[in-house]
Design a protein around this ligand. Structure first.
Ligand code: SF4
Length: 269
């Protein structure tokens, strides 16, 4: 029997999740608890209901009516049907499908089935991962992945634990192993003001990736203010408070650091 999975969104025509025009499938469930999470709807692996962000109409809906369901159970066939609708755009733009989340590796069987189905149809496959998974789980899906979008957040283990709830050791070890496989990598760095965007942390990331092979690009992800509102709606504790987004000059300084190392850099992906 084909495995089923839980996703919270299937987004068409994305242009920041790998090359070309893509369809991005957002899996539900994440092993991390980043204080800045921009996708809090992805954390819980199950289908859930939360208070809707706004309501229209008079009289206003009751509390029970004013709820929004996050997540849905889907089959491989159902997701594939949606992905396949845009094959013409993938072919013209060099795009494909991206599996993101949350953490897709938390639903490894479903992920593998989707990767296999896309591979059979020669659809390009990118995996957006936080890297927190067993190497055995990554090895299983490796042959089916064309590109990894790999997040690096904090290099200091204690700080990583403090801000994401988990150690960064498996994440760093997996990235070193992946760099030896020949599969292209895009390193993505969320720039959280005063947390991940410090000189010290960015310097350590730069030194860590310097010897790695197959890095196609460094993606810088500026802080997203909308995530503050989203976290409130999901009832997550506001332990970061309000943060100011980086100025254009600050972003350009970070960009220069990686450009001077010879990397292609893209802000926003
Ligand atoms: S890894 Fe991504 S999805 Fe998971 S908690 Fe962190 S920011 Fe949210």
């Amino acid at each position: 029997m084909e495995p089923t999975g839980v996703i919270f969104e299937l987004r068409k025509y994305t242009v920041h999740d790998g090359p070309g025009i893509r369809t991005t499938v957002f899996f539900k469930g994440c092993p991390l608890r980043c204080r800045w999470c921009h996708n809090p709807e992805s954390m819980n692996p199950g289908i859930e209901t939360i208070a809707a962000s706004n309501h229209r109409g008079c009289p206003p809906p009751s509390e029970a009516e004013n709820r929004e369901t996050i997540g849905r159970m889907v089959s491989v066939e159902e997701v594939l049907r949606e992905i396949e609708k845009d094959t013409i755009f993938y072919d013209q733009s060099g795009g494909g499908a991206t599996f993101s989340g949350g953490e897709p590796l938390m639903q490894a069987d479903f992920l593998l089935a989707l990767l296999n189905a896309c591979a059979e149809r020669e659809i390009h496959r990118a995996l957006d991962t936080c890297g927190y998974a067993s190497w055995a789980a990554i090895e299983k899906i490796l042959p089916r992945v064309n590109l990894f979008l790999y997040d690096l957040k904090l290099m200091d283990e204690a700080e990583h634990l403090r801000y994401t709830g988990v150690s960064n050791i498996p994440i760093l070890n997996n990235l070193q192993k992946l760099s030896g496989t020949g599969i292209p990598l895009i390193i993505r760095i969320p720039l959280i003001p005063g947390v991940t965007d410090t000189e010290e942390n960015l310097g350590q990331i730069a030194e860590f990736i310097r010897p790695l092979k197959n890095i196609q690009r460094v993606g810088l992800l500026p802080y997203n203010l909308l995530s503050e509102d989203k976290r409130k709606r999901f009832g997550l504790p506001d332990r970061l408070g309000h943060l100011e987004v980086q100025s254009a000059e600050e972003l350009s300084r970070v960009e220069d650091r990686f450009v001077s190392m010879g990397y292609e850099v893209k802000i926003g992906g």
